[in-house]
Ligand binder design. Structure first.
Ligand code: C2E
Ligand code: MG
Ligand code: MG
Length: 644
């Protein structure tokens, strides 16, 4: 086997083999023709009795046979080296034996050099050239100094035959080589064309999204930059639309990713159809698209296009033979008012898109400075809350929970407050949503659990009966934090009995049915901790989670309790909740009881517990301690009076 030559290393494997096959074929053709020429000429000289020349030619013919054999077996290169070497030797020997430099065989040297240059490595070629030069020098000097004599000049006819033979062989060889060169050039041209084509394809792939074929984020930003520069030069306006699909995750989850891909493709073509040809459309990533509307006269024109986009996306899609309804939210930033460059416009369009989402989705919103201000405010709030954590500005207040049938104190709900040096006591309604959005609720929530457990343990140590302490948990704590770990740690360090701890979660927490959430809740329940549903009745109609998560208590939302005496509907709802809870052996707690009439009504309905301003407002730890002592003393007194 021939190993690839160094000059061929760069060639792909198959093109190297193709080249070898061609060389081998050429060598075969050449060696065969030379063999035939040597053999015929040898016979001719033999017939004339010129045995010296005839035998040299016969030797040459034999070496061509060896060359053919080598070409077949050992390899093209060895055969080629033999061909040119033996041809040089033979030509030189014949010239020495006949007319010297006047012999027509001299014509063979150039042909040998052309062939050798094509088929041999440079060092062999130059070796051969040196050998030919030496031969010519020897022949010339041989004639000058009489080392050799022209032995036979031959007839003109013979010289003609020799010349014709050499010219035919040389001509054929040069023709073949020229053909090969032309073919190689043609091949090279087509390879260059292919290279350019694939280079073009690569550039396309690097700049376009493979799924939708739209410009990707990189090309998109380049196109937007160009459009902004154009608008800036011509003093015109441009709008950047940030389009986000509202329910892409649901489609992906319910129909699978390939249907999701299909959906994105259809969305891309609908978006393209909703805008002008001159507008820019690109995929920002995931289910986000960017649209650049150039040369827009006013906001009305932008609103018109945005409405058109909303309408296009609202038309039903067919995916896997299923009709799907979708919608999108659009945030709009306008150049030059909302930003001087693409980055700024994008940031503002993104913020406006979130406003559109918050406004109920399937709508569009223009960026305005107020959004920015509210975001800045939030950021400021988050920074302040971080500092508040470090400076221990958060405190817990405790609202008593009363047994409606006996009027006894059964526990307390821990409610956080922010003791701000400037603002005073800040309500959780103001800072909890921001803490949830920023993720800070995980740290705050951990502190609440630890503090509530610690405080209840102190009261227990001071002689309080096993009251329940309820702590509110945010869904974010389940998603981002290690709730069960934090609870275990809080119980361990405080030494509070798990039965004394109750966790308040909202219905929205329970419907996030993830593996992580289910495992966390199972471990919490296994510790013996109680679970209650806060603000019950305001959330979801599917109540299967009540059994699935072994819930203990339903806390009936204040809105129903407050209107209990005013409307039949609220009375019906509270009655239904209490009855359902009884049949499922769940405890009910009515929140926000502000007067005795409501309390009496709840007692009549069979509600188990209540809390509200009627009994007590949320109290500081110290005040709650006093309240508890008084309440327990009163209960004890009532019990002893009753027993007498
Ligand atoms: P919630 O858990 O439903 O708490 C009950 C809210 O109703 C408390 O408001 C309480 O002060 C108020 N309330 C109690 N009785 C009455 C009444 O008779 N009338 C009226 N009008 N209101 C009453 P607060 O303390 O402002 O807490 C608001 C919400 O903030 C809580 O609602 C809870 O969702 C959240 N929250 C409070 N503390 C925490 C906490 O530590 N972690 C988390 N994640 N959320 C908390
Ligand atoms: Mg609560
Ligand atoms: Mg509540």
């Amino acid at each position: 086997m021939n190993s690839p030559k160094p000059w061929a290393q760069a060639l792909p494997e198959n093109s190297y083999h193709r080249e070898q096959a061609l060389l081998s074929r050429r060598l075969f053709q050449l060696a065969s023709v030379v063999f035939a020429a040597f053999a015929i000429t040898a016979v001719r000289y033999g017939v004339q009795g010129r045995w010296d020349i005839a035998s040299l030619l016969a030797l040459g013919a034999t070496s061509m046979l060896v060359c053919l054999w080598l070409n077949q077996r050992a390899g093209t290169y060895a055969a080629s080296a033999l061909l040119w070497t033996s041809a040089t030797c033979l030509v030189s020997a014949i010239m020495w034996r006949s007319d010297g430099l006047k012999d027509s065989a001299l014509l063979a040297y150039p042909a040998i050099l052309v062939g050798a240059a094509q088929l041999l490595k440079p060092q062999y070629f130059f070796g051969l050239l040196a050998a030919i030069l030496l031969c010519v020098l020897g022949l010339g000097l041989g004639s000058v100094y009489g080392w050799r004599h022209d032995l036979a000049t031959g007839t003109d006819l013979e010289r003609l035959a020799d010349t014709l033979t050499i010219l035919v062989i040389s001509g054929l060889m040069i023709w073949f080589l020229a053909m090969d060169m032309r073919n190689a050039l043609r091949g090279l041209k087509s390879q260059i064309a292919q290279f350019h084509e694939s280079e073009k394809n690569l550039t396309y792939l690097a700049q376009h999204d493979a799924l939708t074929r739209l410009p990707n984020r990189a090309l998109g930003s380049e196109l937007m930059d160009q459009a902004i520069a154009y608008c800036s030069r011509h003093k015109t306006r441009m709008a950047l639309l940030f389009v986000d699909l509202d329910n892409f995750k649901d489609i992906n989850d319910s129909l699978g990713h390939s249907a999701g891909d299909d959906f994105l493709k259809q969305v891309a073509s609908r978006l393209r159809a909703a805008i002008r040809k001159s507008d820019i459309l690109c995929r920002q990533g995931g289910d986000e698209f960017l649209i650049g509307l150039t040369d827009v006269p006013d906001n009305q024109a932008i609103s018109w296009t945005s409405n058109n986009i909303l309408a296009q996306i609202k038309e039903s899609f067919t995916l896997r033979e299923t009709e799907i309804l979708a919608s999108c939210s659009i945030g709009i930033a306008v150049f030059p008012k909302d930003g001087a460059d693409f980055e700024e416009l994008l940031r503002h369009a993104d913020l406006a898109m979130y406003q559109a989402k918050e406004a109920g989705r399937n709508t569009f919103r223009f960026f305005d400075e107020d959004i920015n201000a509210s975001i800045r405010e939030n950021l400021h709030l988050v920074t302040s809350m971080r500092a508040a954590m470090a400076q221990h500005e958060f405190v817990l207040h405790y609202q008593p929970v009363i047994n409606l049938a006996t009027g006894a104190l059964v526990g307390a709900e821990a409610l956080i407050r922010w003791q701000n040096p400037k603002l005073g006591l800040v309500s959780p309604a103001l800072f909890i949503p921001v803490a949830e959005k920023s993720g800070l609720i995980v740290d705050i929530g951990q502190w609440v659990i630890e503090e509530a457990c610690r405080q209840m343990r102190l009261w227990r140590d001071a002689g309080a009966p096993p009251l329940t302490i309820a702590v509110n948990l945010s869904p974010v704590q389940f998603r981002r934090g290690n709730v069960e770990g934090i609870i275990e740690h809080a119980l361990r360090t405080s030494g509070l009995e798990p039965q004394c701890l109750e966790l308040e979660v909202t219905e929205s927490t329970l419907v996030q049915d993830t593996e992580k959430f289910i495992l966390a809740l199972q471990r919490i329940k296994a510790l013996g901790i109680r679970i209650s549903i806060d603000d019950f009745g305001t959330g979801y109609s599917n109540l299967s989670y009540l059994q699935r998560f072994a819930v203990d208590t339903l806390k009936i939302d204040q809105s129903f309790v407050k209107r209990l005496l005013n409307g039949e509907q609220d009375l019906a709802i509270v009655t239904a909740i209490v009855q359902m809870a009884k049949s499922m052996r769940l405890t009910t707690n009515a929140e926000g009881v502000e007067d005795d009439a409501t309390r009496q009504q709840l007692v009549a309905l069979g509600c188990d517990q209540a809390q509200g301003y009627f009994f007590a407002k949320p109290l500081s730890a110290e005040k709650f301690g006093e309240y508890m002592r008084e309440k327990l003393a009163a209960e004890k007194h009532a019990a002893t009076t009753a027993s007498r």
